[in-house]
Design a protein around this ligand. Structure first.
Ligand code: F6P
Length: 357
């Protein structure tokens, strides 16, 4: 009898359920006798022994269901070695719960921080297999994460809707897209939605350049301008600040987010009426799109196969159109940024998109 533990950790995304279903179906289909244990709310469930046994009923009808049937939470990697408020050693507790249940393997569905913890547990001797989840698509070692395409769909839908009202009123509109550190989501939704200006953390912006782009559109007779801004977009001026100086600036920051700062600067500089739309967590919600259903199912099946082969310490990943395995030790702690020299940026510029640089 095989015993497999499973958890979903960090910010949720579409297709978490589809991916878990993929793992379960693959192993069940092999004919191996297996028991699945679902830890509730991410690593917290593993730390505090909060789990339930999962049956085939749990996995029925969840391919198309958003969210996660296990619940999720953030357990920051930087605090994982610190004891909790009652002095509990979290890493030791996770190991003990794994051994108590006599697990053969722990399956972790997570983003960057969760993969670091997965690697730590693997180094501590647990058998771990992980899957790459996040709407940010910022995981190193994989060309694609599940959740990303569905979030692109949602964010693009928002830009599409804003287009019509921006046109009616002749306004500049800023749509703030998720992504504090990387701009994959903003870049792809921005291009798909035909944004005129796209601002991502990897390419610091100059407000003057953004205003020039708006004025150029005015001169061509365009009634509106659409600006897709990543949550983590940063001005050239701020990018030059030291960590300490930037922290000080943010401590007295009067705007709800960078989009409002940009909106005010545009209004002051060229007098245009600017509105900000923030779809926020809508981008992570709802059903996975067909791409993510297929992609997460494939990753789940390959993760299941790794477990059947007793190949542990890997994340299943997507590289050059193939599903491969990447050692957890290789990906832990690295982010996959948009390179300002990437061909997608060059092509977007050829299309006339302004990046504010
Ligand atoms: O990591 C995914 C993500 O959705 C980011 O794009 C976003 O900045 C962040 O999570 C939001 O975190 P929370 O759900 O904790 O507010």
């Amino acid at each position: 009898m095989m015993r497999i533990g499973m958890l979903t950790s960090g910010g949720d995304c579409q297709a978490l359920n589809a991916a878990m279903r993929g793992v379960v179906k693959c192993i069940a289909h092999s004919g191996v006798e297996v028991e699945f244990y679902g830890f509730k709310n991410g690593y917290k469930g593993l730390i505090y022994g909060d789990f339930r046994m999962l049956t085939s009923k749990d996995f029925s009808g969840i391919l198309t269901k958003g969210g996660t049937i296990l619940g999720s939470s953030r357990t920051p990697f930087k605090t994982i070695r610190e004891p909790d408020e009652n002095g509990l050693d979290k890493v030791e507790a996770m190991k003990q719960n794994y051994y108590k249940l006599q697990l053969d393997c722990l399956v972790v569905l997570g983003g960057n921080g969760s993969q670091k913890t997965a690697n730590l547990l693997s180094e501590e001797g647990l058998n771990v297999v992980s899957l790459p989840k996040t709407i940010d698509n910022d995981l190193w070692g994989t060309d694609m994460t599940f959740g990303f395409q569905s979030a692109v769909d949602v964010a693009t839908g928002v830009i599409d809707n804003i287009h019509t009202t921006a046109d009616s009123h002749g306004r500049v509109f800023i749509i703030e897209v998720m992504g504090h550190k990387v701009g994959w989501l903003t870049l792809n939704a921005g291009l798909a939605g035909g944004a005129d200006v796209i601002l991502i953390p990897e390419i610091p912006y100059d407000i003057g350049k953004i205003c020039d782009a708006i004025k150029a559109r005015d001169e061509r007779g365009s009634r509106f301008t659409i600006i897709a801004v990543a949550e983590g977009a940063i001005s050239k001026k701020d990018a030059k600040l030291s960590k300490k100086e930037y922290k000080e600036k943010m401590a007295n920051y009067k705007y709800p987010s960078v989009s409002y700062e940009i909106a005010e600067a545009i209004q002051k500089k060229i007098g245009h009426e600017v509105r900000v739309t923030v779809p926020g967590h809508m981008q992570r919600g709802g059903a996975p799109d067909p791409y993510d259903r297929v992609f997460a199912s494939r990753l789940g099946a390959e993760a299941g196969q790794l477990i059947l082969n007793k190949e542990y310490g890997f994340m299943v990943a997507y590289k050059n159109r193939e599903i491969v395995k990447v050692p957890l030790s290789e990906i832990a702690g690295k982010l996959k940024y948009v390179s300002p020299d990437a061909s997608i940026i060059k092509e977007a510029k050829m299309l006339g998109v302004c990046f504010g640089d």
